[in-house]
Design a protein around this ligand. Structure first.
Ligand SMILES: NC(=O)CC[C@H](N)C(=O)O
Length: 223
């Protein structure tokens, strides 16, 4: 399975994402510049966290016009795996690969802490190594993490089981329905605000993100 980690101007979690695959899971992973126009040959692409283009306009609003985005769209259309974490999730909603939008946190403050989550859908290629409704703890670090969509979209997401991760115990940013991560209807595109790549080794503070990476590699073997 060949994995691409896209690097935008302002990405700052690309190394964490790369090392989660490379050092922890010994997977075949490469950095790919936002300037590239092709992801041919890759089985999965990860859009990492950070402050692409300085979050000017809105987080992700400019990065979605990068050359690489057409290749990300092509990967999604081909049913390959697309993962967007934090800024990556914001880019996925800005490019329309996932519905809804990420607004400013309701506190208007940047939140940086561990978040309590529940795995709402353990049947996606990103979550088969979790138990259904497993409660996990994964770090968050964002200023624009409040998931918003209109009632029809929210009903659709819930009906189709597209809500993959939900905040529990405490909603850190005002996300509607306590949404922390969603997938597309096909299930091959996942966007999430929490950072699973920051929870892949005990020394980082926890390993609750590890099953996501293991699920992806397992899916890749089957593909
Ligand atoms: N850690 C991140 O990716 C942060 C995303 C974005 N810059 C925000 O503050 O919401």
């Amino acid at each position: 399975m060949k994995i691409a980690v896209v690097v935008f101007p302002g990405s700052n979690c690309d190394v964490d994402m790369y090392e989660a695959f490379h050092s922890v899971l010994k997977a075949d992973v490469k950095y790919v510049s936002y300037k590239e126009k092709s992801l041919d040959g890759f089985d999965m692409v990860a859009l990492p966290g950070g402050f692409s283009y300085g979050d000017y306009l809105r987080a992700g609003a400019i990065a979605r016009f990068s050359n690489i985005i057409l290749a990300v769209q092509k990967m999604a259309d081909e049913g390959k795996l697309v993962l967007g974490v934090c800024n990556g999730f914001q880019i996925l909603t800005e490019m329309g690969l996932l519905p809804g939008a990420l607004k400013r946190n309701d506190s208007l403050q940047f939140v940086c802490k561990d978040a309590d989550l529940r795995v709402e859908n353990a049947k996606t290629p990103f979550t088969t190594e979790y138990q259904e409704y497993q409660e996990i703890k994964i770090p968050i670090a964002h200023g624009e993490g409040s998931y918003y969509a209109d009632e029809d979209v929210l009903d659709e997401l819930e009906k189709n089981n597209q809500v993959v991760f939900r905040y529990i115990k405490n909603n850190p940013n005002g996300s509607l329905h306590d949404i922390a991560g969603i997938c597309n209807k096909r299930g091959n595109v996942l966007g999430m605000m929490p950072h699973p790549e920051r929870a892949v080794e005990a020394i980082l503070g926890g390993v609750d993100g590890l099953p996501l990476f293991k699920s992806v590699l397992k899916a890749g073997v089957k593909a």
